[in-house]
Design a protein around this ligand. Structure first.
Ligand code: GCW
Length: 729
């Protein structure tokens, strides 16, 4: 096409495109702004508004990196990248201090020592950011005892700049409350991800160790930016091959990429590996040959990965092998592995998510019954990893009764970031409120007023070894998490692992500002939407303490009617116990008495239907359909109204988002809009199916104004989704 042709009317429409293309090719104009696809997560560095940019320029004139250290180097790189984007200028990296320099340094470096800063009690990962005079110049010092500490400080400085917080007169210090802040990837070696909704596994095992994608670096950057310092690479339903030489080499290649970012590699260990890949006749933890095999295996791993973190183990749970196969206890198994990694400084994270096919007691009681008698018998380098609630990552559970009940054992929190039970990646549910609810729950154990956070951070029971695990929602999708808003759940997990007393709201605000725009006209409504979003899911899926009502296997959609599965506790009907008299699981003294596993004060509140928070009512009580609720409605009416409230909240969320189009790039705006539309449909499906089903027991009318379900119960029961994602069994 000739340029002159552009002036003819016939081709006018195509010409702007052609001109842009031609100019871009000839280098006359910058290439168009890259479409926002979510890849950059919260580490987006678009230019600040002009006023803010000008105010910040004198505070970022150069970067001084004090010391030879890989973490300092990448901290400098991140500042260069961040300042380059936000302030549209590239500060030189130079050794001389000048006004407005940012000085990154280790406590041990002479120029930092000369400042006499209070660094000694920052520990290995804390940092200090201070506006000081150094060699006669006003500078910002970011200092720590280790490289990762400095990197965390650099990310905090960038965060402040992104969200528009002051950067002058700084005196910021922060230390993580927990030592292990780890992601658990439930990733299989064939790249499927158990309960993963974001594409394939991020780990391309086939091309490792020869090829390490830049995505691995960006993964490590993202983790470091929120303080995550560990990654368990493979599924807890583990394949023993992960522990063979070739796979150790692959894990080592990842560890090399992650090391500058302070992220250590861990592996899930299959308990029967000595049999499967070691050729031993059994995996009995008290068999000296088995213990020797694990010691040699640990030595082999540490030779390849000197800072290997240790093992995560799911044993004697849902068909996984374990010490009980040989009549031994969880402690026997954990201690044997702990002895293998102890000489190298490693840990064992032994999961308490156990329930047994033979045991007919209430599933909610089983972990407590198996683990409490073992308190005090675990090695010093073992943590027992406990899910937030006693069943299984439900939209709402009361806190797990093990918290506070094993004072001589470090208990590590396990949250699920991937939304197995909260609408997969399509439903918008910010989990910060759920994490906060659990962490701030009062256990009244070991002392009155103790909270779950006090137990997890070791302060209540005097443990130095502490941690929090999050089941990752990360995959090969361009936006990492399967949806833009699910990135917030990765983000808030990291932030709460650093500070388990943090509130969910400010973290949501930070995330929204960094991920989209700091403009409060966008951020405020979005934060409000996020803060109510998980409650909406609870309302439309499992209101008032109901739980485990999802369809079988994949857990996609409602299946409250399922009652024919092999094991009783796999059936939703086992959990809701609806009948002509009422609904709910009696876990008081007249029922399973699981309530007695809590501290007496807490148990007394949960056991009293008049005192318990109604959000947990049907978790602990079988309640008559006509029981009056605090609203004045009967239970049946309240149930139906609550389901409906969940659906209408999603409608509100859609309207909120629709009003924010001007603030968001087209692609992300549209993708979120489409997911919200799916969520509204599926919320209604949940509500309609559940109401249709439970009314067969309640045999009562719907409360006035509540619409009839769209279809009859048979319709909902007949739906089937054989290929719903995340179900890799
Ligand atoms: O929530 C259940 C999941 C399983 C998972 C198990 C666990 C890894 O449905 O897929 O297996 O929990 O936590 O071990």
């Amino acid at each position: 096409m000739q340029l002159s042709a552009c002036f003819s009317a016939r081709v006018r429409l195509w010409c702007p495109l052609f001109l842009a293309f031609a100019l871009a090719l000839s280098g006359l104009v910058a290439s168009p702004v890259r479409a926002e696809d979510g890849y950059d997560l919260w580490l987006r560095y678009p230019p600040l508004a002009e006023g803010a940019r000008r105010a910040a320029l004198p505070l970022a004139t150069r970067i001084v990196v004090e010391g030879e250290d890989d973490s300092l180097r990448v901290a400098g790189e991140e500042l260069t990248r961040g300042i380059g984007g936000l302030l549209q200028t590239t500060p030189p990296v130079a050794p001389q201090v000048s006004a407005g320099a940012i000085v990154l340094g280790l406590a041990s470096s002479p120029r930092i020592e000369a400042l006499d800063l209070p660094l000694s009690d920052l520990g290995p990962e804390g940092y200090l950011i201070r506006s000081v005079r150094m060699e006669g110049q006003s500078v910002t010092v970011i200092a720590a005892n280790t490289g990762p500490g400095v990197l965390y400080g650099a990310f905090e400085w960038l965060r402040r700049m992104q969200v528009g917080e002051p950067l002058t007169d700084l005196d910021v210090r922060s230390t993580p409350a927990l030592r292990l802040r780890v992601l658990n990837h439930w990733d299989n070696l064939n790249r499927t991800v158990e309960r993963g909704y974001a594409g394939q596994s991020i780990w391309d095992w086939h091309t490792l160790p020869g090829f390490t994608q830049t995505r691995y670096v960006d993964y490590a950057r993202a983790n470091a930016s929120i303080g995550i310092n560990g990654a368990v690479l493979n599924n807890v339903n583990a394949n023993a091959l992960s522990l063979t030489g070739p796979y150790i080499a692959k894990a080592a290649a990842l560890a090399d990429v992650f090391r500058p970012y302070g992220v250590r590699v861990y592996l899930s260990a299959r308990f029967s590996a000595p049999v499967e890949i070691g050729g031993l006749p059994n995996a009995d933890p008290l068999n000296p040959e088995v213990a020797a095999w694990w010691r040699a295996k640990a030595d082999e791993i540490y030779a390849a990965i000197p800072d290997f973190g240790g093992f995560l183990v799911k044993a004697n749970s849902e068909g996984q092998p374990g010490p009980q196969d040989y009549g031994r206890t969880h402690a026997d198994g954990a201690n044997m592995l702990a002895d293998a990694v102890a000489p190298h400084g490693g840990v064992v994270m032994w999961r308490a998510f156990v329930y047994s096919a033979e045991n007919t007691t209430d599933r909610a009681r089983q972990a407590y019954e198996e683990f409490v008698p073992l308190d005090g018998t675990f090695r010093d380098n073992v943590l027992v990893q406990v899910k937030n609630g006693p069943i299984d990552f439900q939209p709402r559970e009361p806190f797990h009764p093990l918290f506070g009940a094993m004072p001589r054992t470090p208990l590590m929190m396990e949250f699920q970031i991937t939304k197995e039970y909260l609408g997969f990646a399509t439903h918008l549910a910010y989990l910060g409120t759920m994490y906060e609810e659990t962490l701030q729950s009062v256990t009244d154990r070991p002392v009155a007023g103790s909270t779950v956070a006090d137990v997890v951070d070791g302060s209540a029971e005097g443990h130095g070894l502490t941690g929090m695990a999050g089941v990752a929602n990360i995959g090969s999708d361009r936006n990492w998490s399967g949806s833009h808003f699910d990135q917030a759940n990765w983000y808030v997990f990291g932030r709460m692992a650093w500070d388990p007393r943090a509130d969910a709201g400010p973290i949501a605000r930070d995330w929204a500002k960094r991920t989209f725009t700091p403009d409060p006209e966008f951020a405020e409504p979005v934060v409000e939407m996020m803060m109510g979003s998980r409650e909406a899911v609870v309302d439309y899926m499992t209101p008032l303490g109901l739980h485990h009502l999802m369809a079988t296997g994949h857990h996609y959609g409602p299946g409250p009617w399922v009652d024919d599965l092999a094991r009783p506790e796999w059936n939703p009907a086992y959990y809701h116990r609806a009948d002509a008299t009422g609904i709910g699981f009696d876990r008081t003294a007249s029922g399973s008495n699981a309530v007695a596993q809590y501290a007496p004060t807490v148990a007394a509140r949960f056991a009293d239907p008049d005192r318990i928070d109604e959000r947990d009512l049907l978790w602990f009580h079988h309640v008559a359909w006509d029981r009056p609720m605090r609203s004045g409605r009967t239970l049946w009416d309240e149930l139906v109204v609550t389901y409906g409230r969940g659906v209408s909240t999603v409608g509100d969320m859609r309207r909120t988002w629709a009003g924010l189009e001007a603030h968001v790039d087209a692609r992300r705006f549209d993708e979120v809009s489409q997911f919200l539309a799916i969520q509204e449909q599926e919320a209604k499906w949940w509500r309609d199916a559940s109401v249709s089903y439970f009314r067969t027991f309640a045999d009562r009318r719907l409360p006035a104004g509540e619409p009839e379900p769209e279809h009859d119960l048979d319709h909902y029961r007949g739906l089937s989704f054989p290929f719903a994602p995340g179900n890799t069994h």
